[in-house]
Design a protein around this ligand. Structure first.
Ligand code: ZN
Length: 124
């Protein structure tokens, strides 16, 4: 019986930890994300917290580094998208007109999100 109780409590702790972690991750993601669309269709959303290189179809390549997004490769003739200002946590957008690629930074400075985070920090 005692062993079962220990397992039960351990299970609860693990569950609480996973939920806490999941909450943290989802909260973080909503603060710094970019949305990529190609020809008006959603290609994907990515977190600015994770450094990575994203190949957008066969035409464009963008890079997330240090919380900033820049277009590093493009097949378009003008390469205007590669000269555009990097997207950071304050939002912004990079548009490649010839390839119909749009990268949008999601400015998530809305009050409901930022109100939640300090409460969690206070608990931990
Ligand atoms: Zn371009």
């Amino acid at each position: 019986m005692k062993k079962k109780e220990i397992f039960f409590i351990a299970g609860l702790l693990v569950l609480a930890g996973v939920m806490w972690l999941g909450f943290r991750l989802s909260g973080q993601r909503s603060h710094n994300t970019i949305r990529i669309t190609v020809d008006g269709k959603e290609f994907g959303t990515y977190s600015l917290d994770k450094d990575q290189v994203i190949h957008i179809g066969d035409t464009n390549v963008c890079e997330i580094k240090d919380g900033k997004v820049t277009m590093i490769e493009a097949t378009c003739p003008d390469h205007y998208c590669m000269k555009q200002k990097a997207i950071d946590e304050h939002g912004g957008s990079i548009i490649c007109l010839p390839n119909k690629v749009v990268i949008e930074g999601e400015d998530t400075a809305d009050s409901s999100e930022s109100e939640d985070s300090p409460k969690i920090d206070a608990v931990t």
